[in-house]
Design a protein around this ligand. Sequence first.
Ligand code: 2P0
Length: 333
Amino acid sequence: MADNLPLPVRVRVTASPSLALLKYWGKEKSGINIPATSSIAVTLSGLETVTEISTDFNQDGKSSAGDQIIINDEPVSDPKIELFLRYARDQYPLPSQLTIRSRNNFPTSAGLASSSSGFAALAAGLGAYIRPALSGIELSALARAGSGSACRAVFGGFTRWIRGSEYAVPVYDHTYWEDLRILLILVTRQPKSTGSRSAMNHCSQTSPVFSSWIRENHRHEEMMLAGLQNRDLEQLGAAMRQSYLFMFSTMFTADPPVIYWLPESMAVIRACEKLRRNGLNVWETMDAGPQVKLLCQESETGRIVEELEKEIGPFEYRLSRPGLPPAVETCFD
Ligand code: 2P0
Protein backbone atom coordinates (compact mmCIF):
# COMPACT_ATOMS: atom_id res chain seq x y z
CA MET A 1 0.00 0.00 0.00
CA ALA A 2 1.36 3.45 -0.89
CA ASP A 3 2.20 5.38 2.26
CA ASN A 4 0.72 8.65 0.99
CA LEU A 5 -2.81 7.23 0.68
CA PRO A 6 -5.46 9.02 2.75
CA LEU A 7 -6.89 7.14 5.71
CA PRO A 8 -10.01 5.12 4.93
CA VAL A 9 -13.46 5.90 6.31
CA ARG A 10 -14.43 2.25 6.30
CA VAL A 11 -12.52 -1.01 6.09
CA ARG A 12 -13.88 -4.47 5.54
CA VAL A 13 -11.72 -7.53 6.23
CA THR A 14 -12.50 -11.16 5.57
CA ALA A 15 -10.24 -13.54 7.51
CA SER A 16 -10.21 -17.29 8.06
CA PRO A 17 -9.24 -19.16 11.24
CA SER A 18 -5.92 -20.84 11.87
CA LEU A 19 -6.17 -24.54 12.71
CA ALA A 20 -3.16 -25.72 14.71
CA LEU A 21 -1.66 -28.98 13.48
CA LEU A 22 1.03 -28.57 16.15
CA LYS A 23 -0.47 -26.85 19.18
CA TYR A 24 0.30 -23.58 20.93
CA TRP A 25 -0.52 -24.38 24.55
CA GLY A 26 1.41 -22.45 27.20
CA LYS A 27 2.94 -18.99 27.43
CA GLU A 28 6.24 -17.50 28.46
CA LYS A 29 6.02 -15.68 31.80
CA SER A 30 6.85 -12.27 30.33
CA GLY A 31 5.41 -10.51 27.29
CA ILE A 32 1.94 -10.71 25.80
CA ASN A 33 0.94 -14.11 24.41
CA ILE A 34 4.51 -15.28 23.82
CA PRO A 35 4.28 -19.02 23.19
CA ALA A 36 6.13 -21.62 25.25
CA THR A 37 5.60 -24.15 22.43
CA SER A 38 6.14 -23.81 18.70
CA SER A 39 3.00 -24.24 16.63
CA ILE A 40 2.36 -25.10 12.99
CA ALA A 41 -1.00 -24.35 11.45
CA VAL A 42 -3.11 -24.18 8.35
CA THR A 43 -5.49 -21.35 7.50
CA LEU A 44 -8.95 -22.78 6.78
CA SER A 45 -10.80 -21.84 3.58
CA GLY A 46 -14.56 -21.30 3.73
CA LEU A 47 -14.78 -20.37 7.41
CA GLU A 48 -14.86 -16.60 7.60
CA THR A 49 -14.92 -13.74 10.02
CA VAL A 50 -16.02 -10.52 8.30
CA THR A 51 -15.08 -7.40 10.26
CA GLU A 52 -16.02 -3.86 9.28
CA ILE A 53 -14.33 -0.93 10.94
CA SER A 54 -15.55 2.62 10.40
CA THR A 55 -14.81 6.09 11.65
CA ASP A 56 -18.07 7.61 10.33
CA PHE A 57 -20.21 6.53 13.29
CA ASN A 58 -21.13 10.16 13.80
CA GLN A 59 -23.33 10.47 10.73
CA ASP A 60 -26.35 11.47 12.82
CA GLY A 61 -24.42 14.42 14.26
CA LYS A 62 -24.41 12.96 17.78
CA SER A 63 -21.21 12.06 19.45
CA SER A 64 -20.76 8.69 21.01
CA ALA A 65 -18.26 7.93 23.72
CA GLY A 66 -15.64 5.29 23.01
CA ASP A 67 -15.61 2.45 20.55
CA GLN A 68 -18.68 0.52 19.58
CA ILE A 69 -18.24 -3.22 19.22
CA ILE A 70 -20.93 -5.33 17.59
CA ILE A 71 -20.41 -9.08 17.26
CA ASN A 72 -22.86 -11.25 15.34
CA ASP A 73 -25.34 -8.28 15.48
CA GLU A 74 -25.12 -7.93 19.28
CA PRO A 75 -23.49 -4.84 20.84
CA VAL A 76 -20.97 -6.21 23.29
CA SER A 77 -18.47 -5.00 25.80
CA ASP A 78 -15.60 -7.42 25.34
CA PRO A 79 -12.62 -6.91 27.67
CA LYS A 80 -10.30 -8.90 25.37
CA ILE A 81 -11.10 -6.61 22.42
CA GLU A 82 -11.00 -3.45 24.55
CA LEU A 83 -7.59 -4.41 25.93
CA PHE A 84 -6.35 -5.11 22.43
CA LEU A 85 -7.56 -1.73 21.13
CA ARG A 86 -5.74 0.00 24.00
CA TYR A 87 -2.58 -1.93 23.13
CA ALA A 88 -2.90 -1.10 19.40
CA ARG A 89 -3.40 2.61 20.18
CA ASP A 90 -0.33 2.58 22.43
CA GLN A 91 1.71 1.19 19.55
CA TYR A 92 0.29 3.15 16.61
CA PRO A 93 -1.59 6.42 16.02
CA LEU A 94 -5.13 5.18 15.38
CA PRO A 95 -8.52 6.93 15.30
CA SER A 96 -9.73 7.52 18.84
CA GLN A 97 -13.23 6.14 18.24
CA LEU A 98 -14.13 3.26 16.00
CA THR A 99 -17.21 1.27 15.22
CA ILE A 100 -16.34 -2.40 14.80
CA ARG A 101 -18.85 -4.89 13.46
CA SER A 102 -17.82 -8.50 13.24
CA ARG A 103 -19.65 -11.59 12.16
CA ASN A 104 -18.66 -15.24 11.72
CA ASN A 105 -20.13 -17.65 9.19
CA PHE A 106 -19.40 -20.48 11.64
CA PRO A 107 -20.17 -21.06 15.35
CA THR A 108 -18.32 -18.62 17.63
CA SER A 109 -16.30 -19.76 20.69
CA ALA A 110 -17.14 -23.39 19.98
CA GLY A 111 -13.63 -24.69 19.33
CA LEU A 112 -13.31 -23.57 15.71
CA ALA A 113 -10.61 -20.97 16.39
CA SER A 114 -12.92 -17.97 16.02
CA SER A 115 -10.56 -15.85 18.13
CA SER A 116 -7.77 -16.41 15.60
CA SER A 117 -9.80 -15.14 12.63
CA GLY A 118 -11.47 -12.48 14.79
CA PHE A 119 -8.25 -10.84 15.93
CA ALA A 120 -6.53 -11.37 12.57
CA ALA A 121 -9.40 -9.51 10.90
CA LEU A 122 -9.36 -6.77 13.52
CA ALA A 123 -5.58 -6.32 13.30
CA ALA A 124 -5.67 -6.25 9.49
CA GLY A 125 -8.53 -3.70 9.64
CA LEU A 126 -6.60 -1.47 12.04
CA GLY A 127 -3.60 -1.92 9.77
CA ALA A 128 -5.48 -0.02 7.06
CA TYR A 129 -5.36 3.08 9.33
CA ILE A 130 -1.62 2.80 10.02
CA ARG A 131 1.03 4.69 8.01
CA PRO A 132 3.55 3.61 6.89
CA ALA A 133 1.79 0.30 6.16
CA LEU A 134 2.72 -2.63 8.38
CA SER A 135 4.79 -5.53 7.06
CA GLY A 136 3.31 -9.04 7.34
CA ILE A 137 5.45 -9.71 10.39
CA GLU A 138 4.42 -6.45 12.09
CA LEU A 139 0.79 -7.28 11.41
CA SER A 140 1.29 -10.76 12.83
CA ALA A 141 2.86 -9.31 15.98
CA LEU A 142 -0.06 -6.90 16.38
CA ALA A 143 -2.65 -9.67 15.96
CA ARG A 144 -0.77 -11.79 18.53
CA ALA A 145 -1.42 -9.20 21.21
CA GLY A 146 -5.17 -9.82 20.71
CA SER A 147 -4.98 -13.59 20.69
CA GLY A 148 -1.92 -15.76 20.20
CA SER A 149 -3.31 -17.96 17.45
CA ALA A 150 -4.35 -14.85 15.46
CA CYS A 151 -0.70 -14.15 14.60
CA ARG A 152 -0.85 -17.21 12.32
CA ALA A 153 -4.22 -16.27 10.76
CA VAL A 154 -2.82 -13.09 9.15
CA PHE A 155 -1.20 -15.40 6.58
CA GLY A 156 -2.75 -17.96 4.25
CA GLY A 157 -1.61 -21.56 3.70
CA PHE A 158 0.73 -23.11 6.25
CA THR A 159 2.30 -21.07 9.03
CA ARG A 160 4.81 -21.54 11.81
CA TRP A 161 5.05 -19.69 15.09
CA ILE A 162 8.29 -20.50 16.88
CA ARG A 163 8.38 -20.72 20.68
CA GLY A 164 9.41 -17.41 22.22
CA SER A 165 8.59 -15.44 19.07
CA GLU A 166 6.37 -12.36 18.82
CA TYR A 167 5.11 -13.24 15.36
CA ALA A 168 4.37 -16.13 13.05
CA VAL A 169 5.86 -16.66 9.60
CA PRO A 170 4.32 -18.11 6.44
CA VAL A 171 5.86 -21.47 5.50
CA TYR A 172 3.95 -22.62 2.39
CA ASP A 173 1.11 -20.85 0.60
CA HIS A 174 -2.42 -22.18 0.03
CA THR A 175 -1.46 -23.90 -3.24
CA TYR A 176 1.33 -25.98 -1.70
CA TRP A 177 -0.71 -29.08 -0.90
CA GLU A 178 -3.52 -29.06 -3.48
CA ASP A 179 -5.29 -32.26 -2.47
CA LEU A 180 -5.22 -31.78 1.30
CA ARG A 181 -8.69 -31.43 2.80
CA ILE A 182 -9.86 -30.63 6.31
CA LEU A 183 -13.20 -32.02 7.46
CA LEU A 184 -14.50 -30.03 10.41
CA ILE A 185 -16.97 -32.11 12.34
CA LEU A 186 -19.38 -30.05 14.41
CA VAL A 187 -20.37 -32.26 17.29
CA THR A 188 -22.16 -29.32 18.96
CA ARG A 189 -23.00 -25.66 18.22
CA GLN A 190 -22.90 -24.70 21.91
CA PRO A 191 -20.21 -22.24 23.02
CA LYS A 192 -17.61 -23.96 25.18
CA SER A 193 -17.78 -23.59 28.94
CA THR A 194 -14.12 -22.67 29.56
CA GLY A 195 -12.24 -20.19 27.37
CA SER A 196 -8.96 -21.40 25.91
CA ARG A 197 -6.91 -18.61 27.49
CA SER A 198 -7.89 -19.49 31.04
CA ALA A 199 -7.67 -23.23 30.33
CA MET A 200 -4.15 -22.82 28.96
CA ASN A 201 -3.01 -20.84 32.00
CA HIS A 202 -4.71 -23.25 34.37
CA CYS A 203 -3.00 -26.27 32.78
CA SER A 204 0.42 -24.62 32.86
CA GLN A 205 -0.04 -23.83 36.55
CA THR A 206 -1.51 -27.12 37.77
CA SER A 207 -0.74 -30.01 35.42
CA PRO A 208 2.22 -32.14 36.59
CA VAL A 209 2.91 -33.16 32.98
CA PHE A 210 3.12 -29.62 31.64
CA SER A 211 6.94 -29.52 31.65
CA SER A 212 7.03 -32.79 29.66
CA TRP A 213 4.58 -31.29 27.19
CA ILE A 214 6.91 -28.33 26.63
CA ARG A 215 9.95 -30.64 26.31
CA GLU A 216 8.24 -32.94 23.78
CA ASN A 217 7.24 -30.02 21.58
CA HIS A 218 10.68 -30.02 19.91
CA ARG A 219 10.27 -33.63 18.82
CA HIS A 220 6.70 -33.15 17.60
CA GLU A 221 7.81 -30.09 15.68
CA GLU A 222 10.64 -31.92 13.87
CA MET A 223 8.26 -34.74 12.88
CA MET A 224 5.65 -32.31 11.65
CA LEU A 225 8.06 -30.16 9.65
CA ALA A 226 9.29 -33.30 7.89
CA GLY A 227 5.71 -34.44 7.18
CA LEU A 228 4.85 -31.06 5.76
CA GLN A 229 7.99 -30.85 3.68
CA ASN A 230 7.34 -34.32 2.22
CA ARG A 231 3.59 -33.67 1.88
CA ASP A 232 3.32 -36.96 3.72
CA LEU A 233 -0.10 -37.14 5.36
CA GLU A 234 0.77 -40.18 7.48
CA GLN A 235 3.87 -38.53 8.89
CA LEU A 236 2.06 -35.25 9.44
CA GLY A 237 -0.99 -36.99 10.90
CA ALA A 238 1.07 -39.03 13.37
CA ALA A 239 2.81 -35.87 14.63
CA MET A 240 -0.52 -34.05 14.79
CA ARG A 241 -2.02 -36.85 16.85
CA GLN A 242 0.86 -36.82 19.34
CA SER A 243 0.55 -33.06 19.70
CA TYR A 244 -3.19 -32.92 20.36
CA LEU A 245 -3.25 -35.93 22.68
CA PHE A 246 -0.35 -34.61 24.72
CA MET A 247 -2.03 -31.20 24.91
CA PHE A 248 -5.17 -32.89 26.23
CA SER A 249 -3.13 -34.87 28.73
CA THR A 250 -2.20 -31.52 30.31
CA MET A 251 -5.93 -30.75 30.51
CA PHE A 252 -6.95 -34.10 31.96
CA THR A 253 -4.20 -33.87 34.60
CA ALA A 254 -4.89 -30.25 35.56
CA ASP A 255 -6.42 -29.62 38.97
CA PRO A 256 -9.38 -29.44 38.56
CA PRO A 257 -9.27 -31.11 35.14
CA VAL A 258 -10.45 -29.38 31.98
CA ILE A 259 -12.61 -31.73 29.92
CA TYR A 260 -13.71 -30.37 26.55
CA TRP A 261 -14.42 -33.79 25.05
CA LEU A 262 -18.02 -34.89 24.59
CA PRO A 263 -19.07 -38.51 24.01
CA GLU A 264 -19.60 -37.47 20.37
CA SER A 265 -15.97 -36.28 20.14
CA MET A 266 -14.77 -39.66 21.37
CA ALA A 267 -17.06 -41.45 18.91
CA VAL A 268 -15.41 -39.56 16.02
CA ILE A 269 -11.91 -40.32 17.31
CA ARG A 270 -12.75 -44.02 17.57
CA ALA A 271 -14.36 -44.07 14.12
CA CYS A 272 -11.34 -42.34 12.62
CA GLU A 273 -9.07 -44.96 14.16
CA LYS A 274 -11.21 -47.69 12.59
CA LEU A 275 -11.16 -45.99 9.19
CA ARG A 276 -7.36 -45.88 9.36
CA ARG A 277 -7.23 -49.59 10.22
CA ASN A 278 -9.36 -50.13 7.10
CA GLY A 279 -6.80 -48.36 4.94
CA LEU A 280 -8.10 -44.80 4.76
CA ASN A 281 -5.56 -42.04 5.28
CA VAL A 282 -7.43 -39.88 7.76
CA TRP A 283 -6.06 -38.18 10.89
CA GLU A 284 -7.91 -36.36 13.61
CA THR A 285 -7.09 -33.41 15.81
CA MET A 286 -8.94 -31.34 18.41
CA ASP A 287 -8.46 -27.95 20.00
CA ALA A 288 -9.77 -26.24 23.11
CA GLY A 289 -13.31 -27.45 22.46
CA PRO A 290 -15.27 -30.57 21.55
CA GLN A 291 -15.12 -30.34 17.74
CA VAL A 292 -13.02 -32.86 15.82
CA LYS A 293 -11.10 -31.92 12.68
CA LEU A 294 -9.91 -34.54 10.22
CA LEU A 295 -7.12 -34.21 7.70
CA CYS A 296 -7.43 -36.32 4.56
CA GLN A 297 -6.88 -36.36 0.81
CA GLU A 298 -9.48 -35.00 -1.58
CA SER A 299 -9.80 -38.35 -3.37
CA GLU A 300 -10.83 -40.11 -0.14
CA THR A 301 -13.13 -37.43 1.29
CA GLY A 302 -16.41 -38.85 -0.04
CA ARG A 303 -15.62 -42.32 1.25
CA ILE A 304 -14.54 -41.01 4.63
CA VAL A 305 -17.84 -39.12 5.08
CA GLU A 306 -19.77 -42.24 4.04
CA GLU A 307 -17.85 -44.56 6.37
CA LEU A 308 -18.07 -42.11 9.26
CA GLU A 309 -21.84 -41.91 8.84
CA LYS A 310 -22.01 -45.67 9.11
CA GLU A 311 -20.07 -45.48 12.37
CA ILE A 312 -21.61 -42.46 14.12
CA GLY A 313 -24.83 -41.66 12.21
CA PRO A 314 -25.55 -38.40 10.36
CA PHE A 315 -23.33 -35.49 11.36
CA GLU A 316 -22.83 -31.83 10.53
CA TYR A 317 -19.55 -30.90 8.89
CA ARG A 318 -17.69 -28.31 6.85
CA LEU A 319 -15.18 -29.24 4.20
CA SER A 320 -12.19 -26.94 4.04
CA ARG A 321 -8.76 -26.69 2.42
CA PRO A 322 -5.72 -24.50 2.95
CA GLY A 323 -7.09 -20.97 2.68
CA LEU A 324 -6.05 -17.47 1.66
CA PRO A 325 -4.71 -14.67 3.83
CA PRO A 326 -7.16 -11.96 4.99
CA ALA A 327 -8.72 -9.84 2.23
CA VAL A 328 -8.87 -6.12 3.02
CA GLU A 329 -11.24 -3.72 1.21
CA THR A 330 -10.98 -0.02 1.97
CA CYS A 331 -13.45 2.79 1.31
CA PHE A 332 -12.32 6.42 1.32
CA ASP A 333 -15.60 8.39 1.17
C1 2P0 B 1 -3.70 -23.29 18.87
N1 2P0 B 1 -5.25 -23.02 20.78
O1 2P0 B 1 -2.50 -23.45 18.61
C2 2P0 B 1 -4.14 -23.71 20.26
C3 2P0 B 1 -4.52 -25.14 20.29
C4 2P0 B 1 -6.23 -23.88 21.34
C5 2P0 B 1 -5.66 -25.24 21.26
O2 2P0 B 1 -4.41 -21.00 20.35
O3 2P0 B 1 -4.61 -16.57 25.20
O4 2P0 B 1 -7.28 -18.12 22.00
O5 2P0 B 1 -5.58 -15.58 23.14
O6 2P0 B 1 -3.22 -16.42 23.15
O7 2P0 B 1 -5.04 -18.18 20.81
C6 2P0 B 1 -6.30 -21.02 21.62
O8 2P0 B 1 -5.74 -20.04 22.37
O9 2P0 B 1 -5.12 -18.02 23.32
C7 2P0 B 1 -5.26 -21.68 20.87
P1 2P0 B 1 -4.60 -16.58 23.72
P2 2P0 B 1 -5.84 -18.50 22.01
O10 2P0 B 1 -4.52 -22.88 18.03
